[in-house]
Design a protein around this ligand. Structure first.
Ligand code: GDP
Ligand code: MG
Length: 277
């Protein structure tokens, strides 16, 4: 199932629930049945998908988010201070809420945010950034958390506010791709069944090298985790975004983004169906 099919299914289910709750009202069904149907319809309408994108700086986490959105929403090439998580969700206009030592601060644009990250003194004071942007994929309910490690600022897989709202994890590493022992530790203590690994920048590797790097990374992860091993996807976030902006289906295919997006949607939809039902 893809996101569009899920949305259609959700609307059909919403209609069905409304009809059923009207029937419940008109007949002698217990009132609690109607209440539960209405509550379920509301949960379904409000749902959204939380994705945490993690990995070391420079591997293309932010570029990948932009590629998934099909728009250059977030500034790339920023030395985002480590252990700061940036969250990104829908807003009808662009804006950023920065939490920093000495109080919060609102920025009206992501250009101002990029300037903030480029100033190491100012960036160091920031403890979190909540970004809103009017992108279509965000309007459909996707939310992102961009951070270096899931443990950054306490964002481990249980307990924290962000962690509770995360449906899937994307670990981003770039070619040639072996994971360092820290990343393997982090992966090992995470939730592999809800994680996809992205081997980014495949435009920088020849086909033969891609096959070898993918096999090595898969072997490394399987050796460490055993059992459920996250799928690994070879992509070029840069080429994927360019292809979407140019409406070029062949280039989008070559970027590797489509299988990743398919797997991502399957993962979050099955998570969501499991939670909602
Ligand atoms: N060649 C190539 N470069 C990429 C790709 N994705 C990202 N980059 C570059 O890698 C650098 C770091 O990207 P960025 O998204 O800021 O990484 P982050 O620190 O992980 O968020 C930037 O110069 C990007 O243009 C890609 O698919 N191919
Ligand atoms: Mg970044």
């Amino acid at each position: 199932m893809n996101l569009v099919e899920y949305e259609q299914l959700k609307f059909r289910l919403g209609d069905l629930l409304r009809t059923l709750s009207e029937r419940a009202k008109a007949s002698d069904w217990q009132e609690s049945v109607g209440d539960r149907l209405r509550a379920f319809a509301i949960t379904l309408a409000e749902d959204n998908f939380g994705l945490m994108v993690w990995g070391d700086i420079g591997h293309g986490r932010t570029s990948l988010i932009n590629a998934l959105l099909g728009a250059k929403v977030l500034p790339t090439d920023t030395a985002l201070p480590t252990r700061i998580a940036c969250s990104l969700a829908y807003g009808d206009k662009e804006g950023v809420l920065l939490e920093q030592t000495g109080g919060g601060r609102h920025l009206d644009s992501l250009t101002e945010l990029a300037a903030q990250w480029d100033d190491p003194g100012a960036a160091r004071r920031v403890t979190s950034a909540e970004i809103k942007a009017p992108a279509e994929t965000l309007r459909q309910g996707f939310r992102f958390v961009d951070c270096d490690r899931p443990t950054a600022t306490g964002l481990n897989h249980s307990g924290s506010e962000h962690a509770a709202s995360i449906d899937a994890y994307l670990l981003v590493v770039s070619y040639p791709g072996p994971l360092d022992s820290d990343a393997l530790d982090c992966l090992g203590s995470s939730d592999p069944g809800r994680t996809l690994i992205v081997l980014n920048k495949h435009d920088t590797a020849e086909i033969d090298a891609r096959v070898a790097c993918l096999a090595r990374l898969r072997g490394q992860v399987a050796g460490r985790l055993g059992g459920t091993v996250p799928d690994v996807f070879s992509v070029s976030a840069r080429a994927g975004l360019a292809a979407k902006l140019a409406h070029d289906p062949a280039a989008l295919q070559a970027s590797g983004m489509l299988p990743l997006e398919g797997a991502l949607v399957n993962l979050v939809v099955s998570e969501k169906i499991g939670k909602v039902l």
